[in-house]
Structure formats: structure tokens, C-alpha cells
Design a protein around this ligand. Structure first.
Ligand code: GLN
Length: 192
């Protein structure tokens, strides 16, 4: 069985573990380097990208994770996870507490992009490769401002990419793990 890790430093870890198990993967929380080395793919959950960056350093996981991603580890990031998978982050947070990009998808992501009025919202989005629209839940979500030539845009909202793929790395600005729609987790796991 494919073993998929969920980075378990902060954020909606349980929801991702449940979604991965529902699509037939063995899902384990990842907090240590040995756990990171033992997985065939990794989910970086929604949560707070600045807090997760801080904890990646505290747990001495930032460099091992950056290295595994550089070596081609398949990954899926939702929301805060999308931010961390980028090569560049706009509005990364207060100096000294910034979200740090891991560089797995050649893109520039803006944190908290949708602004206060629409802090959190939901909508149905067409998603490349899925027959029916995805009901997307955005919670203080980022959007993508630039994509490199290797990046495929899978969905857009407000004129910006909100779901992208580069090779084996997938990212969404929204949270399929909270809706019960397992199609995006299935896309990720089936490609492993
Ligand atoms: N705004 C959060 C961040 O900057 C992301 C929100 C989320 O993951 N729901 O990390």
C-alpha cells in the first residue's frame, strides 16, 4: 500500500489523514526526519504557513524536507501548504516570523490574497481532469500570481490560479479535506 505522510506540526492534519485513508492510502503523521524518509508522498495541510515554517525549523525538518522535494518527492499542499510549496511568497508575514518557501512549484503565491471582505468563502470551481465542479472552501486563502512554464493551472477563482500542478506536486488554495469530496486526494494518491 502506498504510504503517504501528512506533515503534522500544525493545521488540519486529522482531516487529511482521514481523506487519504478514505481513498485507500496508508496515511501517517510526519513530525520527525525518520518519518519523512519513510513516506512515498507528503501532504502539507492547511493551517498557518508562518507557524508551520517556524515549527519546521524547530523540528529540524526544513532542510530535509526541502531536500526530499528537490529529489522529487510527490507532494500535495492545501492553503498554507500551497504557500509553503511555492518558490516565492508575497506578504510572507512579519520580519523574523515569515513563511519560508520550500520551492517545489515554480510559482509566486500571495498570502491572505482574497482580503478581509471575503476572508472566507465557498464556490464551485471547474477543475481540470474532474468531470463535475469542485465545491471549494477558501479560508484566508492565498492565490497564485505567477506560474513558471512547467506549471499546469487546474482551477482559477477571481481571475487567479487556485489549483496547480508541477510534475508530482499538487497545490490548492482551498481545502478539499473539509468537504468530504475525496476526488483531489484520489488524484494525488492515484498518481503515486
Ligand atoms: N492564511 C494562512 C497562511 O498564511 C493560510 C490559511 C489556511 O491554511 N486556511 O498560512
Amino acid at each position: 500500500m502506498t504510504r503517504v505522510g501528512v506533515l503534522a506540526l500544525q493545521g488540519d492534519v486529522r482531516e487529511h489523514l482521514a481523506a487519504l485513508r478514505a481513498v485507500g492510502a496508508e496515511a501517517i503523521p510526519v513530525r520527525r526526519r525518520a518519518e519523512l524518509e519513510a513516506v512515498d508522498g507528503l501532504v502539507i495541510p492547511g493551517g498557518e504557513s508562518t507557524a508551520m515554517s517556524h515549527l519546521l525549523r524547530v523540528f529540524e525538518l526544513a532542510e530535509p524536507l526541502r531536500q526530499r522535494l528537490a529529489d522529487g518527492l510527490p507532494a500535495y499542499g492545501s492553503c498554507a501548504g500551497m504557500i509553503l510549496l511555492a518558490t516565492e511568497i508575497v506578504d510572507a508575514g512579519a520580519p523574523g516570523r515569515q513563511a519560508v518557501p520550500l520551492g517545489a512549484i515554480d510559482m509566486t503565491v500571495r498570502r491572505n490574497a482574497f482580503g478581509r471582505q471575503v476572508d472566507s468563502f465557498e464556490g464551485d470551481l471547474d477543475f481540470v481532469g474532474l468531470d463535475d465542479p469542485v465545491h471549494a472552501v477558501f479560508i484566508r486563502a492565498p492565490w497564485v500570481e505567477r506560474v513558471g512554464p512547467e506549471v499546469q493551472v487546474l482551477a482559477t477563482a477571481a481571475g487567479h490560479p487556485v489549483a496547480v500542478r508541477q510534475g508530482a506536486v499538487l497545490a490548492t488554495a482551498f481545502h478539499p479535506e473539509v468537504t468530504g469530496d475525496r476526488r483531489i486526494h484520489r488524484l494525488f494518491v492515484d498518481a503515486l
